[in-house]
Ligand binder design. Structure first.
Ligand SMILES: [Zn+2]
Ligand SMILES: [Zn+2]
Length: 261
């Protein structure tokens, strides 16, 4: 690993930048801030107070990073795809939105994001499956069309609004930072499908009669729910593969002698 002692954090997106080679700078309150890109500099100049706030410790003083980091000393988190991202607490990568990994696998095996995502996935999977079956085969059931729409709304709302909530957070973050990624796409896609269907359910009168199919305005609740469930499944598989790799590295570390003879 190269020495990051002379690097500072871009206060907008959280990337590390080298002040010596950075081409984008701005002064605020007597401190010079450095940026990864013209986009980040522009955002900073528009609202310097917001980004210069204290939630980015050590943006100008690398020594403060050491003292500010919490007790399990010096655990640095990085993105598997963007090694330039380095921060002293877990979170999502500001560029691609992936969960950050500890640079050195720690002793304890728990992975809070994996636990959180598997809870969201398993609790809402039955709802997604039910919404999907109802949307595909509901017209054969003795339920009238508008009741079916409301049931699909009730089934998919917890999936999209609760299980999918972290995706929307990442989507908003990617748009704010200007680093568009997979989450921008998923957030906008799921949001559009769910939002449109919600309007079609609450205010069916605003749509022209040609939108009516099988006795109701076509809705896409099941599509939104299934996308969220599949995305969660993909995240689970990825996080599990990553935690297995960490476990293998831990096992290797365990084989190294504790003391030199
Ligand atoms: Zn930046
Ligand atoms: Zn990344």
């Amino acid at each position: 690993m190269d020495d990051h002692a002379n690097k500072v954090l871009d206060p907008v997106c959280g990337m590390t930048v080298d002040p010596a080679s950075a081409r984008f700078h701005a002064d605020h309150d007597g401190t010079t801030y450095h940026f990864c890109s013209a986009g980040c500099e522009r955002k900073f100049r528009a609202e310097p107070a917001r980004y210069a706030a204290t939630d980015h410790p050590a943006h100008s003083n690398p020594a403060a990073l050491e003292s500010a980091s919490p007790a399990p000393a010096g655990t640095i988190y990085t993105c598997p795809m963007h090694p330039e991202i380095r921060q002293d607490h877990p979170g999502a990568c500001p560029i691609c939105g992936m969960a950050l990994e500890p640079l050195m696998p720690s002793e304890d095996e728990s992975n809070p994001e994996l636990e959180d995502f598997s809870r969201r996935f398993w609790w809402t999977l039955p709802l997604s499956i039910a919404a999907f079956i109802l949307a595909m085969a509901g017209h054969r059931l003795p339920i009238d069309a508008s009741t079916r729409t409301w049931i699909e709304l009730a089934l998919s709302a917890p999936v999209v609004l609760w299980a999918g909530a972290p995706f929307f957070v990442r989507c908003v973050r990617s748009i704010r930072s200007g680093h568009l990624n997979m989450w921008t796409l998923i957030g906008i896609g799921v949001g559009a499908a769910f939002g449109y269907s919600l309007v079609a359910t609450l205010l069916p009168g605003v749509f022209p009669a040609s939108y009516i199919e099988h006795g109701r305005i076509g809705v896409y609740f099941e599509a939104a729910a299934v996308i969220v469930s599949l995305t969660l499944l993909g995240q689970l598989l990825e996080l599990r593969a990553r935690s297995k790799t960490s476990a293998a590295i831990r096992a290797l570390l365990g084989l190294s002698p504790k003391t030199a003879r």
